[in-house]
Design a protein around this ligand. Sequence first.
Ligand code: DAV
Length: 352
Amino acid sequence: MALPDTLLVVPTDFKSSISADNEWSPLRSVIVGRAENSCFPDEPEHMIKATMPEDYWDQCKPFNTFPSSVLRAACQELDHFAAILEKENVRIYRPKTVRWDNIGGYSGAMPRDGLMVVGNTIIEACFSWRCRKKEIQQAYNCILDEFEKDPSVRVVRAPKVQSPDPIYDECKHLSGWATNNSRPAFDAADFLRFGKTVLGQFSNVTNMEGVKYLRKVVPPGYSVEIVQTTDPHAMHIDATIVPLRKGLLIYNPERVTEAALRRHKVLSEWDMHACPVKSTPRLSPPLYMTSSWIFLNILSLDEKRVVVEAEDIEFAQWLQTLGMEPIFCPFRHVNSIGGSFHCATVDLIRSD
Ligand code: DAV
């Protein structure tokens, strides 16, 4: 029996449990990842060489966990980070603990790569990495299942990939990236939200079909534009472009130019600063999976406060000169396994 129309009207004070379309409005609700049992990625050699630091290529093999001391400390850092956010009245969701070391897989610590919130819609990435195919299902379904019960939320699950997955077929790598264009592939961390415009990049894990797919599934009124970045090892844009508040961003001068950013109408009036702080190699704990630009991967609590790694003092001081207030949090062991504050979270509600 059809419901009378009056029962279908959403009250004006109704707050959806998902609503975010930028990177800086006050954070109200967030997912924070988990590092337990995380393993080095197991991907074909050409993908590892395209995206991972050379010193650790030989560690990238099946079921090879990161050192237990690193994982123990990373778990503590994530718990502490979640506690900092909770104290700021942010609602926290955590995923399930998964035995990646038994079932195969990478980690539950980096949900930004696998989930993207645009407006009231939560979009599951079409991972190109084979070791990440089941990551969202295994660790994050407990959260997504709850959101699916909320009629104000749209959950877009990743399309099923045919077997065998054609994404790595050598003969099709015409683009120069480590994946071909045979099916949609994208990591959510190759995109950033600037209101109704989502800016992203092509990378070793994000292809043209992936961008076309994303354009179809974002809510009506949103568009997806591609920024011209210059890093041949590109995988994720969140240590390349960092919006701090509406109208102010910083960028990584080794990967993108101000001219390329200005081509996008949404940024034409923005104040932009090349990051003057240099990345310095870090050996202890090692950066097994990222470049040393990982310090740029911060999380905004609002248009003033940003969470910064506890030892990145020079960077934090520069952010202060731009009017920001850094909140320090130790995160070097999470950095070690592949990401920082932006990578380890998915903002669910940002609202004034
Ligand atoms: O090496 O710049 C940072 C972001 C990882 N999700 C890098 C990657």
